[in-house]
Structures are given as structure tokens and as C-alpha cells.
Design a binder for this molecule. Structure first.
Ligand SMILES: *Cc1c(COP(=O)(O)O)cnc(C)c1O
Length: 381
């Protein structure tokens, strides 16, 4: 066996050769749009801060006030002493926005998915996932010990086929998918998947991390699709500009998660400031429909200008294939003052490295036009 250091060095060298090594870059976000990195100020198209609420005065004030009142940290897990008074209010507000009876807030979206799935399905059960589902749904799937099957991306007929072949041999079945796919920006056919779940006596769970606040007047992808979804999971960390995860469902399902989800039970509760910031952000989302419509409109102005298929969400991928091509394209944009992080495997499948543009309500139209011109002439050409 090599020494641990030699093992790490060899792994890093292999990743470097394949242009797949990643590095943390110190990035100071000045507001909801601009990032200072390496001494340069760049307009970011890589933040999921769709409504620029991370720096909204009311959101920041709410977080500061919650720290004054409840302290900087929660002190324990929610089932012990960490369940400060803001959680109940936040859960009622999330449930109301999503049109469900109840909700449960988790430490993060990743923790939510890693906790929810194993509390619902286990050994002897079937979990059917869209092949492009987010990494944390796979984490939940593995922890659950259910039999995991995948269906081709957004291919309801294929999901039907897999269920026909496997459903009968399993006790319970859960279908999981992103509502908005985080690296492709397209939407899941939630209405069709909901009908499919019913036809096969299965439950449906969607991950709405990129839908809340920006689709369906802010209510998210299930509402926009008019679909019945048993478990609507999401995050407080994207359009709401705070931190934390949540799931909305019936009262019984939420009560079960609160007593069985290991990532809720064995992890310290969210800091009070995060819950307070999310509540203040919800006030804005619920009262400003024009704001929630803006990120998608901005994305669509970009796809129009680039002759790309119309954006279905604020996320627009520009496929480049090769990791090095994605790195170089990102550098071209960086020299023009735009921060667009290249996305490489294993975040996306082999051979599909890309630039991923995330549009926010506050992106200036003139800058989007300039960005589109450069993408059209120097990256897509
Ligand atoms: C970001 C993301 C998550 C994780 O949420 P966090 O709150 O950042 O942990 C889960 N699912 C999808 C689709 C995401 O894009």
C-alpha cells in the first residue's frame, strides 16, 4: 500500500491530466450579482441566488435579528433542544406555499434527500430514479438499501417499462426525480410521472431545489406542472438566498420523517439566522410575482439571442463536450468580466462538459446581450 500522501498525489495527478481536478477559488460575493475573485470583479452567472435575496436588506436584517434573539447556533438537534420557535413558522409557510398540509425543515437540501429516501423505502422496496437526478438523491438511494433502478432522462415510457418489469417483485415503490434538472435546466414531466406512479401503485418524490421562487409564480415545478407529488423536497439555499433544506408532504408523512429521518435526528438543527432569512425571503416571494418571473425571462432573452432552444428555467446549459473546451470557454468569459464556472464529469455524464448559465432577476439586460454576443461568436461559432 502507498502512503496516504502518495495515494492522494497520484489521484490528483490523474485528475489533472484529465482536466478534471477541481480547486476552491476564494470568491467574495459583494451583492446578489457581483463576485470578486483573484482581485477581479466579475458579473456572476454561476450563483443559484435567482432572486438576489442573499443580500436583500430585509433578509439580512431578519438574520441579524434572529442571531441577537436566539444566538448564532442551534445548540443541538431539533429533537433535543435545537427546535427554536422559527422552525414551526417556517414549516407552516413552506407548506402553505406548496399547497400541502405540513413540512419539515432539514439542515440542508443534501441532508434532506439523504434522510427522506431511507425513511420511506428500504430493503425489499424499489426506488426508480431519473438517470440525471441530483447527487444527493443517489446518496439517499444508497443509504436506503432499496433496489435502485434508473430510467432514461425524462423518458416516461422507459420508466413505465422498468416498473412493469420490477414493480411486482417489490413491496413499496418510490419514483424520484429533479423537478428542474440542475445542470440541464429542463423540467421533469411531473404530471405524467404522477399518473405513472398511480398506475403502478408507487409514490412520487420531486426535488424542487431550482423551482421554488422561480417557477409557477414562485410555488415551484410541481405547481407549474399542475402535478400531484407526494413528497416535494427543496432547498432554502437557492432562490430563498438562505441555507437549509425542506420537504412538504401530508401531516402523517412529515410526522414519520420527524421521527425517522436520520439526517434530522443526528445532525444539529439549522442556525436560527438561516430560518429567519428564509422566512423573510418567503415574504418577498409570496408578494412579488413580477420578481419571481424575472429569472426565467432573463434566461429566455439569452437563449433567444444565442439561437438556443428556449430556456425552461433560469438554468441554461451550453454543451461543449470536452472538459478542456469547457475550461477554455470559461476563461474567455472570465476575461470579459463574466463568471461562468465550467461543469465537468462526474457532475455531468462523461463527454458532456458544459458551461452552465444561471440567470437571476437582477442581471442587467445590456450585460446579458453582451454575454450572448460573446457566446455566439466565440464559443458556439
Ligand atoms: C443544490 C441542490 C441540492 C442540495 O441543496 P443544498 O441545500 O445546497 O444542500 C439538492 N438537489 C438539487 C437538484 C440541487 O441543485
Amino acid at each position: 500500500m502507498p502512503s496516504l500522501d502518495d495515494f492522494a498525489k497520484a489521484k490528483l495527478a490523474a485528475l489533472e491530466t484529465a482536466h478534471l481536478r477541481r480547486r476552491l477559488a476564494e470568491s467574495a460575493r459583494e451583492d446578489g450579482l457581483w463576485v470578486v475573485r483573484g482581485g477581479r470583479r466579475m458579473l456572476s452567472f454561476s450563483c443559484n441566488d435567482y432572486l438576489n435575496l442573499t443580500h436583500h436588506p430585509a433578509v439580512k436584517r431578519a438574520a441579524a435579528a434572529a442571531i441577537e434573539k436566539y444566538g448564532a447556533g442551534a445548540g443541538a438537534s431539533r429533537l433535543v433542544t435545537g427546535n427554536h420557535p422559527l422552525f414551526g413558522e417556517l414549516e407552516r409557510r413552506l407548506a402553505r406555499l406548496k399547497g400541502t398540509d405540513a413540512a419539515c425543515v432539514f439542515g440542508s437540501g443534501y441532508l434532506a434527500n439523504a434522510g427522506i429516501v431511507p425513511a420511506i423505502v428500504g430493503e425489499g422496496d424499489l426506488l426508480l430514479a431519473d438517470e440525471l437526478s441530483h447527487s444527493c438523491l443517489w446518496a439517499g438511494a444508497r443509504l436506503s438499501q432499496a433496489r435502485v433502478e434508473t430510467f432514461r432522462h425524462n423518458d416516461v415510457a422507459h420508466a413505465d417499462e422498468v416498473l412493469r418489469a420490477n414493480r411486482a417483485a417489490h413491496r413499496r415503490a418510490l419514483i424520484v426525480t429533479d423537478g428542474v434538472f440542475s445542470m440541464d435546466g429542463d423540467l421533469a414531466p411531473l404530471k405524467e410521472l404522477s399518473a405513472l406512479a398511480q398506475a403502478h401503485d408507487a409514490w412520487l418524490m420531486s426535488d424542487d431545489a431550482h423551482g421554488l421562487g422561480v417557477l409557477g409564480g414562485g410555488r415551484g415545478s410541481a405547481y407549474a406542472a399542475g402535478a400531484a407529488v407526494d413528497l416535494q423536497m427543496g432547498t432554502l439555499s437557492k432562490a430563498l438566498g438562505s441555507y437549509g433544506g425542506y420537504v412538504c408532504a401530508s401531516t402523517a408523512v412529515i410526522d414519520l420523517l420527524k421521527t425517522r429521518a436520520r439526517t434530522l435526528i443526528y445532525s444539529t438543527a439549522l442556525p436560527p439566522a438561516s430560518a429567519a432569512a428564509a422566512l423573510a425571503a418567503l415574504d418577498i416571494v409570496e408578494n412579488d410575482e413580477k420578481l419571481t418571473a424575472r429569472p426565467l425571462a432573463k434566461a429566455q432573452s439569452f437563449t433567444r439571442a444565442c439561437d438556443l432552444p428556449p430556456a425552461a428555467s433560469p438554468i441554461v446549459p451550453v454543451a461543449l463536450g470536452d472538459p478542456l473546451a469547457a475550461l477554455e470557454a470559461s476563461q474567455i468569459l472570465e476575461r470579459e468580466g463574466f463568471l461562468v464556472t465550467p461543469i465537468r464529469p462526474p457532475t455531468v455524464p462523461e463527454g458532456t462538459a458544459r458551461l452552465r448559465f444561471a440567470f437571476t432577476a437582477g442581471h442587467p439586460d445590456a450585460e446579458i446581450a453582451r454575454l450572448a454576443g460573446i457566446v455566439r461568436e466565440r464559443i458556439l461559432a
